[in-house]
Design a protein around this ligand. Structure first.
Ligand SMILES: NC(=O)c1ccc[n+]([C@@H]2O[C@H](COP(=O)([O-])OP(=O)(O)OC[C@H]3O[C@@H](n4cnc5c(N)ncnc54)[C@H](O)[C@@H]3O)[C@@H](O)[C@H]2O)c1
Length: 259
């Protein structure tokens, strides 16, 4: 669900394009599901469908990994899981800290999907002294005074920010100064970071706004179609057409103009 861009050039080291890197987790999720069902091999078409990606794009992406599959057999599921996990750096354990343990931070702390994917929540940090020591998801909340010591003691390089927007930049600065080089930002603000620090932004409201845009277009198409149907009915030409019968006999879609 991460949106936004990392502060990196379009091509990472070892020549893997950023767009390919962004699709690797989709393949990994689909492959993990196949692996859990003990499926030994998968064709590029099947995997592309499961990952929601075009199969030519998938084959191109896998060529960057040096994985070409076997003609007539497909890709070895377990080996691809290993290859993609290794490429994404998931074969090692990544300690992460979550800063801001309110509604969202607590929900993230309780999410079991991090640990199963190699991300260990090393500490939960909050500025509210009243929260210090309170257990959330089995961990005592630590006060922000301890932030630097927590980062260095645990070798943390990934920080998650779930504070109010107004506090996010200051939290980000402290994380970076303490040695964090990757930040997942949930606060609705643009963070500025020095060269070499990656920021990914998650914003569910932006995702909803994009869906609203598509909903609006769908509604526009439906009303245009209804207007054309009414117009055709008024002129007596062809009777009533449903929106499902809009395609012409040779597959083209006739232009539908509002009345
Ligand atoms: N990205 C998304 O899709 C999404 C969804 C929901 C919420 N949010 C954002 O996530 C943030 C948290 O939302 P919430 O509902 O959990 O808020 P919340 O008020 O419940 O929690 C915020 C927590 O941050 C702590 N905090 C404040 N300043 C801090 C600081 N300087 N250092 C450390 N901790 C600090 C507070 O004590 C509090 O516990 C907000 O910025 C909100 O807009 C984003």
């Amino acid at each position: 669900m991460a949106t936004g861009r990392t502060h990196r050039p379009a091509t990472r080291s070892r020549g893997i394009p950023e767009a390919t890197v962004a699709r690797l987790p989709l393949y990994l999720r689909a492959l993990t599901a196949l692996s859990e069902r003990s499926v030994p091999t998968v064709s590029s078409e099947e995997l592309a469908t499961a990952a929601g990606v075009n199969s030519a794009k998938l084959r191109k992406d896998f060529s960057y990994l040096g994985s070409y599959g076997t003609r007539g057999v497909g890709y070895d599921v377990e080996y691809l899981v290993y290859q993609i996990s290794r490429e994404l750096g998931l074969t090692q354990d990544w300690p992460v800290v979550i800063v801001g343990i309110g509604n969202l931070g607590a929900a993230l702390a309780n999410y079991g999907g991090f640990a199963s994917r190699g991300f260990r929540v090393a500490a939960l940090i909050d500025a509210d002294p009243a929260m210090a020591g309170k257990p959330v998801a089995g961990l005592p909340v630590r006060h922000t005074d301890e932030l630097e010591a927590i980062i260095s003691d645990n070798g943390v390089s990934i920080g998650v920010i779930a504070t109010p927007a107004g506090a996010a930049q200051q939290v980000c600065d402290r994380l970076v100064a303490a040695g964090v080089t990757s930040i997942l930002n949930f606060a609705p603000t643009v963070l500025s970071v020095p060269e070499g620090v990656d920021v990914r932004k998650v914003d569910l409201s932006i995702e909803l706004q994009i869906l609203a845009f598509h909903e609006q277009r769908k509604a526009g198409e439906d009303s245009a179609s209804a207007a054309a149907t009414a117009s055709a009915a008024r002129s007596g030409a062809g009777g009533v057409r449903s929106s499902a019968s809009r395609k012409g006999p040779d597959g083209d879609v006739p232009a539908v103009m509002p009345a």
